[in-house]
Design a protein around this ligand. Structure first.
Ligand SMILES: [Ca+2]
Ligand SMILES: [Ca+2]
Length: 177
């Protein structure tokens, strides 16, 4: 009996540990807009399509405050760990001409040192046309066919997860749906 209980606890903690390492879905609001962390790793274009299908868009970050909010949201969704996530910035139409998928004007940029570098993969030439955030909130242009989670932004507030309402305290993250 004891063995069975111990085994049960071992399975439970193993599953929970696996969970904690990944981003979970998390909804929150900032200055009248809704934000949804989507923990499914997909390509940049799939992320864009999924966001638009829900009448939102891949997040546009237009101020340092919004960047901080987004990074904190990702941390909350990963038990404080952080993760690389797609944001809506791209230069796929014209190299070096950055645009938000939402069409918003660029009013803020937060590139990591040495980025954007349009890094050439195995001599294939520049092929980094989509942007993600690193865990520290800095941005990197990246190959859009890499699969990582993403954030949807809405032009309206959404129902927030109650745990994400408190700022400054690392909340216990729970699964949505
Ligand atoms: Ca590029
Ligand atoms: Ca890069």
């Amino acid at each position: 009996m004891k063995t069975i209980i111990c085994f049960g606890i071992w399975i439970l903690t193993s599953v929970m540990a696996g969970f904690a390492a990944k981003p979970v879905s998390l909804n929150s609001n900032f200055r009248g807009h809704g934000y949804e962390v989507v923990p499914i790793p997909v390509t940049w274009h799939t992320a864009k399509k999924m966001a638009e299908k829900k009448d939102g868009y891949l997040v546009s970050i237009t101020s340092p405050e919004e960047n901080e909010f987004v990074i904190q949201l990702i941390k909350n969704a990963t038990n404080g760990e952080g993760a690389d996530v797609w944001i809506g910035l791209t230069d796929e139409k014209l190299e070096g001409d950055w645009e938000w998928a939402s069409g918003e004007k660029i009013t803020f940029q937060n590139w990591a040192q040495g980025e954007p570098n349009n890094f050439a993969y195995a001599g294939l030439g520049g092929s980094e046309n989509c942007v993600h955030t690193w865990k520290d909130g800095k941005w990197n242009d990246y190959a859009g066919d890499v699969r990582i989670p993403f954030i949807i932004e809405y032009d309206h507030e959404i129902e927030p997860d109650s745990d994400s309402k408190s700022s400054g305290v690392k909340p216990g993250v729970r699964l949505k749906k």
